[in-house]
Design a protein around this ligand. Structure first.
Ligand SMILES: Nc1ncnc2c1ncn2[C@@H]1O[C@H](COP(=O)(O)OP(=O)(O)O)[C@@H](O)[C@H]1O
Ligand SMILES: [Mg+2]
Length: 409
C-alpha cells in the first residue's frame, strides 16, 4: 500500500488556500504553518495540523517550520510569500527536498543583493546605489533624476517612491534619512511586465508574461494584470528571454515557481526584481484560467517531486485578467454595481474588502487596494470589453474627497 506523501505548506491565508485544495485532490497528508493574524480563519478541514506563528519576522516562520519538521519530516514544503521564503528554503536545503535553493532564496529576499549578484552576470538592470543613509545618495540622485528609492526587503510597492525633481530629492532625504539602508535606482520609464515560470531542477517547464497597469508615479501600485502576453517584436522577445533565463541562472534557481518583474525602457528590458514564491494579486488564479491547468497543483507536485508534465499546458487557451478597483481617498459613501459587474459573462468574481463607512487612504501600496475582480474571456477583445464593463459599472463613491489624485484613469 502506498502511504500518502506528506506536504508542509508555510503560510496559507486566503491566497494560499488553493494549494490546500490541490493537496486534498491529490490525497496528500497536509500540515500547514499559519500566522496568528489568519489563525481564526484557518481551514481546519484542509490540513490535519496547523502550527501557529507568533510574530511577523521570517525567523518566527523559520521557528514554526522547524517545530513542524521536528515533529515529522515532510516529503515536500511550499512557502507561500516573501516572509515564508527563507523558512521553507532552510528546511528544503537541510532535508534535501525540492525547492528554489538556499542561494536563490537568500538573493531574492534582498533587492540590493539581487542588484549586486546580477551586475556581475551582466543582467540588464537599472543603474543603482546602495546607501546606509539616504542623505549619502543626494548628489547621485540629483545627477540622475528621475530616480526611485526603495527598501531592501519589503513588497507590494511599500516604500517604493519616484523622485523627479531636486525639491523632491530634498524632501525624501529629510523624510527618509533615518530609515537606514536603502537602494536608489535610475528610474526606468516604460511599460511593465512580470514573468512567471515553473522550474524543475533548473529547467523551465512553463512560462508566462503578464502585462501590468500601475497607478501613475510616484507610487506604482498595480491595478490590472493581463497574462498570456506575447511580444510581437522578435528582438524584444529575445532580450526578454535573455533577461529571464539569465536571472534564473544567476540565482541558481532549482525547483518551484518564480515571479520576475521587468520594465521595457529606452535601452530595452530592465529587471525590477525576482521572487521565488507565489506571485501576488491572484495571478496564479488568472494564469490557471489562461492556460487551462491548475498552477497551484503544479507547484504542489514540484514540491513533492511528483510528475507535472501531463498537467502543464504551455499555450494560452483563454484570456484572463485580475483588476483592482480604486477610488479617491475618503470615507466610502456607497458601492454600486457589484451585481451588474458580476453578471457579465466574462467576469468570474468580484471580491471587495471594503464597505460603506470604511476609510480609503491615498493609494501608496498594494495593501491599500480595496478588492479585486477576476476576468476570463474567450479572446483579448472580449477581455477588454469585460474590463471596460467592470470599470463602468462598479462605482465606489467617497465623501470628503482629498485633493490628492493618484489614479491612472
Ligand atoms: N528602477 C525603477 N524604475 C522604474 N520603476 C520602478 C523601479 N523600481 C521599482 N519601480 C516600480 O515600483 C514597483 C515596485 O518596486 P519593486 O522593486 O518591484 O518592489 P516591491 O517588492 O515593492 O514590488 C515596480 O513594480 C515598478 O513599477
Ligand atoms: Mg515588485
Amino acid at each position: 500500500m502506498n502511504t500518502p506523501k506528506d506536504l508542509l505548506v508555510v503560510g496559507v491565508g486566503t491566497m494560499g488556500r488553493p494549494y490546500l485544495d490541490a493537496a486534498a485532490r491529490l490525497g496528500l497528508r497536509v500540515r500547514a504553518v499559519e500566522s496568528a493574524a489568519a489563525w481564526d480563519s484557518r481551514p481546519t478541514d484542509l490540513a490535519e495540523t496547523f502550527y501557529r506563528v507568533d510574530g511577523h519576522e521570517e525567523e518566527a516562520w523559520a521557528g514554526a517550520v522547524a517545530a513542524a519538521v521536528a515533529e515529522r519530516v515532510p516529503d515536500g514544503v511550499i512557502s507561500f510569500a516573501e516572509p515564508q521564503v527563507m523558512a521553507g528554503a532552510l528546511v528544503q536545503e537541510r532535508l534535501g527536498l525540492p525547492g528554489p535553493s538556499l542561494h536563490a532564496a537568500v538573493v531574492s529576499r534582498n533587492k540590493a543583493l539581487q542588484r549586486a549578484t546580477f551586475a556581475a552576470q551582466g543582467i540588464a538592470q537599472p543603474e543603482h546605489l546602495l546607501v546606509s543613509d539616504l542623505a549619502e545618495a543626494r548628489e547621485w540622485m540629483l545627477e540622475r533624476l528621475p530616480v526611485v528609492v526603495k527598501p531592501l526587503t519589503l513588497a507590494g510597492s511599500e516604500g517604493v517612491e519616484l523622485v523627479r525633481t531636486a525639491a523632491e530629492a530634498d524632501d525624501i532625504v529629510a523624510r527618509r534619512s533615518a530609515e537606514g539602508k536603502v537602494l536608489v535606482e535610475e528610474a526606468v520609464e516604460g511599460p511593465e511586465y512580470s514573468w512567471e515560470a515553473l522550474v524543475r531542477d533548473g529547467e523551465v517547464l512553463f512560462e508566462n508574461v503578464t502585462a501590468k497597469e500601475t497607478t501613475l508615479p510616484p507610487y506604482f501600485v498595480e491595478l490590472t494584470h493581463r497574462p498570456g502576453h506575447r511580444f510581437d517584436d522578435a528582438e524584444l522577445a529575445q532580450q526578454v528571454r535573455k533577461l529571464t533565463y539569465g536571472v534564473l541562472a544567476a540565482i541558481g534557481m532549482r525547483t518551484g515557481l518564480v515571479h520576475l518583474e521587468f520594465k521595457v525602457g529606452r535601452r530595452g528590458p530592465a529587471l525590477m526584481e525576482i521572487a521565488v514564491r507565489t506571485p501576488g494579486d491572484y495571478l496564479p488564479d488568472a494564469i490557471s484560467l489562461s492556460y487551462g491547468f491548475d498552477l497551484y497543483e503544479a507547484v504542489v507536485r514540484l514540491a513533492l517531486g511528483l510528475p507535472v508534465d501531463e498537467l502543464v499546458r504551455t499555450s494560452p487557451v483563454s484570456w484572463s485578467a485580475t483588476h483592482f478597483p480604486i477610488t479617491d481617498p475618503g470615507t466610502i459613501k456607497s458601492i454600486e454595481g457589484v451585481d451588474d459587474a458580476s453578471a457579465h459573462p466574462s467576469v468570474v468574481r468580484v471580491r471587495l474588502r471594503k464597505r460603506p463607512g470604511d476609510l480609503v487612504r491615498p493609494l501608496t501600496s498594494s495593501s491599500q487596494r480595496m478588492g479585486h475582480v477576476l476576468v476570463n474571456a474567450a479572446s483579448p477583445t472580449e477581455r477588454e470589453d469585460a474590463l471596460k464593463h467592470v470599470r463602468e459599472t462598479l462605482r465606489i463613491t467617497v465623501g470628503n474627497t482629498s485633493t490628492e489624485q493618484n489614479t491612472a484613469e
